[in-house]
Design a protein around this ligand. Structure first.
Ligand SMILES: Nc1ncnc2c1ncn2[C@@H]1O[C@H](COP(=O)(O)OP(=O)(O)OP(=O)(O)O)[C@@H](O)[C@H]1O
Length: 302
């Protein structure tokens, strides 16, 4: 399958502030791509630029092979988006909004499916002025999906949603992607993105510092650790460091697990030195720890 979105060497400044530096990535057809990075990294700016909402100095954006700029955005007819807060009309119902956004060709059955998947039946016929933050957010997502677009761009879609609604949204996004829709999603809820995104773009200070699959990111960052409780932890740490094991900071004995034989050889090192190992736990790495590692490395490289 090909790419639905190509962003090539994108540069963007606000006045003298250069906020996107040669941003380069693709989104494959039917893929769910997570865009993550600290506050102010440039996530919303990338999304707005792709959507032709703001201009850019140099680079190229193509959706389904067609170039997008603020003055040329025919390609965006097939793109759905929710950026920041959805703009709603207070005196229209949720249903009116979906009806207004629908381009006419798609089926009622698709709209009803989205409403029911996002559990919006109870409030969809009520005026939007009375909606809670979460209800508005759900309606915003539904509006982005209503025309069955090929590419959906969602900026922090989980904002304001309760755990059940987050799961409902996740299930819907996965179903739509299985039907061929691609997603570019930014989120601060990393544990959620971990369950959802197949590919990950990590951005820091306007630069993509990593573009990889979620699986590869978690494995390559090697954040799986082995936690040992020994009869003498300070001595155990000294012995393991001397034997070139990588340890987490802090007083505990937590070894970064990078090889198949890490546990066996660490145990041998400690037992041969006369220490007892009283307990052992394997701890799996998370997107959060991988991300923090990557950003820390990026800072050191500066
Ligand atoms: N309209 C604007 N005028 C001037 N500077 C802007 C404007 N919009 C964004 N910026 C700056 O561009 C940089 C990137 O902002 P952006 O909103 O894209 O970051 P973000 O990664 O989405 O952050 P957050 O996670 O906090 O939403 C920031 O330094 C921000 O201050």
């Amino acid at each position: 399958m090909g790419d639905i979105l190509t962003v090539h060497n994108l540069n963007k400044s606000f006045g003298s502030k250069h906020v996107l530096h040669d941003v380069d990535f693709t989104v494959g057809e039917g893929r769910i791509v997570g865009l993550i990075g600290p506050n102010g990294a440039g996530k919303s700016t990338i999304m707005k630029t792709i959507l032709g909402l703001i201009n850019y100095e140099s680079g190229e954006i193509q959706v389904a092979g067609q170039t997008v700029t603020p003055s040329s955005h025919e390609a965006l007819a097939n793109v759905g988006a929710l950026i920041e807060y959805p703009g709603l009309y207070p005196y229209l119902t949720g249903w009116d909004h979906l009806d207004l956004f629908a381009n006419g060709d798609h089926q009622l059955i698709h709209i009803q499916r989205i409403i029911s998947k996002l559990n919006m039946d109870d409030f969809i016929k009520r005026l939007a002025r009375g909606y809670s933050v979460g209800m508005k957010q759900k309606l915003g997502v539904a509006m982005a999906l209503v025309n069955e677009p090929s590419l959906v761009i969602l900026d922090e879609p989980m904002n304001g949603l309760d755990p059940q609604s987050i799961k409902d949204l996740r299930d819907l996004i996965i179903e739509e992607s299985q039907k061929g829709t691609s997603f570019l999603i930014s989120s601060h809820i990393l544990s959620e993105l971990e369950k959802l995104a197949q590919d990950v773009l990590i951005i820091d200070k306007g630069k993509i510092v990593s573009a990889t699959t979620m699986h590869q990111l978690l494995v390559s960052q090697g954040r799986n650790t082995i936690f040992l409780q020994t009869s003498d932890d300070p001595k155990a740490r000294d012995l393991l460091k001397a034997a070139s094991f990588e340890l987490d900071d802090g007083p505990q004995v937590r070894i970064i697990d990078r090889a198949d034989d890490t546990l066996a050889s660490a145990l041998k090192t400690l037992i041969n030195a006369g220490l007892d190992v009283n307990d052992m736990q394997r701890e799996e790495g998370s997107l959060e720890s991988s991300l923090l590692d990557l950003l820390a490395k990026d800072r050191v490289a500066d």
